[in-house]
Design a protein around this ligand. Structure first.
Ligand code: ZN
Length: 200
């Protein structure tokens, strides 16, 4: 693995990580932050440039979205230049159930993350299996919940490392994730939280 050089947002300089114990008198370092080597302040980091293209499996029901015949077409329209998507509509042979399942799980394994767009409260068993498989393989599971959806199964919330409400938020997050890279996932999520705070 190549070392990822992180640069500060303030000075475009190299950064170091500093840790502080969470409890007074404790020695265990629990909170870490980046510090700019140029100005010495705590800083955000810039998106890395020489990162691998993010790959993402698109899980969920096949349902129309806006003027698109499927929500995946909207995601592809917005982000297909930035992310390599695995689209089960075209990337698997839908001919037989056995093929369908094994190819979909292989598709999950070939990706960095799974993006599950949940459009119905009872969920989609196929997508739930895909998310569980991804979780077991240590991959990032992103749950994007359609606006106005009430109940979401707690198991699903348990394995999702990011939960987003609404497709717009989902697309914004994926865009930031592709920009920052998987290794800086928290920075992407944090940037997104700050952006949505400003909007409100
Ligand atoms: Zn600085």
């Amino acid at each position: 693995m190549t070392e990822n050089v992180r640069k500060s947002e303030c000075c475009d300089a190299e950064v170091r990580m500093e840790g502080v114990p969470d409890f007074v008198g404790g020695k265990d370092i629990c909170t870490v932050s980046f510090v700019c080597n140029e100005c010495g302040n705590a800083c955000n980091i810039l998106p890395s440039h020489d990162k691998q293209v993010l790959s993402c499996y698109l899980a969920g029901y096949f349902v129309p979205w806006g003027q698109h015949s499927d929500w995946r077409d909207f995601v592809l329209q917005e982000l297909q230049d930035a992310i390599r998507f695995y689209d089960p509509r075209v990337d698997t042979d839908q001919g037989s159930i056995a093929m369908f399942i094994s190819q979909d799980l292989a598709g999950v394994e070939s990706c960095d993350c799974v993006f599950y767009f949940l459009t119905k409260s009872q969920g989609d068993v196929g997508a739930a299996i895909e998310c569980t498989h991804a979780h077991a393989k240590g991959k990032l599971v992103i749950l994007c919940i359609d606006q106005g959806l009430g109940f979401v199964h707690p198991f699903l919330l348990g394995i999702a490392r990011r939960v987003l409400i609404g497709m717009d938020a989902g697309v914004s997050y994926l865009s930031l994730l592709s920009e920052y890279g998987l290794e800086n996932e928290f920075q992407a999520a944090y940037k997104m939280m700050r952006a949505s705070k400003k909007e409100n």
